[in-house]
Every structure is written in C-alpha cells, then in structure tokens.
Design a protein around this ligand. Sequence first.
Ligand code: BG6
Length: 463
Amino acid sequence: MTKRFPDGFLWGGAVAANQVEGAYQEGGKGLSTSDLQPKGIFGARVERSDDDFGIKDTAIDFYNRFPEDIKLFAEMGFTVLRTSIAWTRIFPQGDEAEPNEAGLAYYDCLFDEMAKYNITPLVTLSHYEMPYGLIKKYGGWGNRITIDCFERYARAVFTRFQHKVKLWLTFNEINMSLHAPFTGVGLAEESDQQAIYQAIHHQLVASGRAVKACHEIVKDGKIGNMLLGALLYPLSCRPADVLETLQQNREWLFFGDVQVRGAYPAYMKRFFADRNISIEITEADKRDLQNTVDYISFSYYMTGCVTTNEEENQKARGNILSMVPNPHLPSSDWGWQIDPEGLRILLNVLYDRYQKPLFIVENGLGAKDVVEADGQINDDYRIQYLNDHLVQVREAIEDGVEVLGYTCWGPIDLVSASKAEFSKRYGFIYVDRDDAGNGTLARSRKKSFFWYQDVIRSHGAAL
Ligand code: BG6
C-alpha cells in the first residue's frame, strides 16, 4: 500500500465565521442566531444588549487578524481553508433587497489573502448563524419566505466571489436541526416534529436552489452538502437493535438522500405517517430538490451506539447528539468517543450509498492545553488523534473511496460551538485567551503545528 495520499488531495483546516471572526457589529453586520447564544448552542438564548459579554463577540478577532493567521496556515502548507460567510454581514436583517457592500468587501480581502498563498477557499454559505431578523419577522425556516431570502444571499455571494471561490457548501451539519432547532432552522427548541420537518423541507429546497444558482453563476464551481456524520452502531446483534440502528441512521442519512438523489427517499413515507407528520411539498419544490450536490462533505468526531433495551439505553451527550456509549472505545475529556476506524467505515458507507466524491470538512480533538514554562505546548494527544484518523482516511482511499480532501476542525483555537468554551481547544495554533475573555489573543505554534506541516509536506507519508 502506498503511504502517500493522491496528488491533488486538499489538506487544510476548517473554521466558521461566528467562532473566529468576532467584530459582531462591525461593517453593518446584523444580529444572527449565534449572537443570541453567547453560551453556545446549548446555553440560554438572550436578547442582546451592548453590555452583555459574549466570548464570540471578539472570538479570536480573525476579522482583523486574518492576514497573520492565513500566513501561519500557509506555513503549515495548507492547500485549502474552509470558512463560512456570515450571512448577516451580507444581508444584516436577511430580507434586504440589496447586499451590504462592507460585508462583501471584507470577504474580498479574506479570499485575496488566501490567494496570495495559493490556498483554495472552501466556503460554507450558512454555518449556525442565520439572520435573527428573519426569525423575528417571519419565523425563520418555518416560513417559505426564508427560501427566497437565502437564494438572494447565495446569488449575491456567488456573483461577487465567482472568480475567487470555486468550492462551496450549503448548510453546515444540516441534520442538526433535529437536535437544535433554533440553531438549525430558527425555530423554538420545543417545536414539534411537524414544524421542524416542514422547516427542514424549506431548507432542503433552498439548498437545491443554491446548487442551481452556483451552477449558473460560478464557472467550474462545485457545491456540496454538509452532514454531521453521526454513524451509529448496534450495541448488540439482537435483530431489534440492528433494525433500530438502521432507522436511526436513516434519520441523518435522509438529508444526504434528498440532497444527493434529488427526492425524498421511500422510507420517509412511513416515518412521516407513523408520526402524523404531513409536509407541504409543491411541484416547484420537487423541481428545486432535483438540483443535486456535486460532492458530499461531512464532519466526523465520534460514533455512538443504539439499543432497544431500556436498561442499556443510558445516553451520554456529545456535541449536539445524545448517544449510547460504545464499551470498546475511549472518550475525550468532553465524553466524545474516539473511533478512528469509524471514519473509514463512514467513508465507505457514504461512498457505497452515493458514489459521489467525499470531503471530510471537520474532524478533531477538543482538549485542554497546557503552556509549559518555556512557552511550548506539547499536544501529543491531538497528534495521536489526528494521526490515527488520517491513517483510516488513507485506508478508505485504498478501499476505493474518492476523497477530495481533509480540513480538520479549528486549526487555530476558536470558540466551541456547543458551549462557547475557549478552553476546549482544537488548534495547531494556540490563541492566548481564556473562557472569561482574558488574554492577549497572541498566536503561537503548538507541537502539532510541526507535525501537520510534516504530514502535508510528505503528502501523508509521515503518518
Ligand atoms: C461541529 C460544528 O458540530 O462541531 C462546529 O460544525 C463545532 O461548529 C464542532 O465547533 C465541534 O463542536 P464543539 O462544540 O466542540 O465546538
């Protein structure tokens, strides 16, 4: 087996606007759902006043410091950087007729900076931060009007950045709406399944419209979806457990099935009927859904188990999901189970199902780092985690899976999504900041920085 990854494989990292940029009111930016969640996706939602402290308001000040950060990414050898555009920088309330020039100009500078180092931008249109204006006025994705607003936004950024950005993604972890409806589709957490699935339907239609617009506007552009790769194993080989696992895996694969195949899968008919859910799907919606994605991207952090046995059904929460722990796997300090082989399995499952190129756009270990007296940060645990996962990516490529690239999550420390912690660090680059917002924001290279540099330089042979 060759140790090198294929030529053209994209190596890099992934961030999201709301977790790095800060500057939450600069350049005419409007309030987003993320701004209303200063304690993260699982924290209380607040009506903002300027006196409230939110760690994301400054985050790592990427808004101002991106030239320094991109230079560091280039030093590691990145050929790709995944980031998102904050929708509220472009359409502050979400329903304006024209885009906000200051927001567009900011991203022009960002993409120009990447181009200096030949770093390919991979851009997510919506990463956990829709305009709050659309929620207040229309009820978020519960209202069809939001589809048109999103399409206007997508067309505006495709048009402006068509020569600078060729790789796009629609909605980050689109299946997360099932677990965090406010973050995903702008609905109250206690919304019923009828409302959530109708809002999801609107988002899937919007995704189809964005695919169409991208193909019309961006010459040689490619646009993918983004799934939270929540692979579940049966806890036992009891047929009932295997069946339940099949059904629970379909709950997230459903999104991929629609976005890749262009129509609702047959199994959803029964799923909806059993739950008395009735979705309004127009003929025009069906046509929009037929605009299928060019590639599939996903995040991968962990796997979990499923059981039908009540006593065994003690779920632990990791990120946005609650899953039954696997007795054969270790866990991170945040209880996320570490399963490198699961990544190989997932890559194979997705490729068997769709036969479309795959892109791993998030993977990583959130951990507490210690700065030694001499300033060094010896994050061997992170190196081990990433190394083990990348070895499995290489195995999957050998299995025949087409993998376009790998962007690990948070190549520079950033604010975590679930609880807005700063102490949960993912980066190769350390940022001097703590949970209370103290620190100089200075950047420094961790041990893993040099490890990743070697991996990229050797096309994976150093793993
Ligand atoms: C993914 C998200 O769910 O997981 C990221 O797309 C997020 O935005 C990442 O940061 C890790 O989760 P957390 O809660 O550790 O930041």
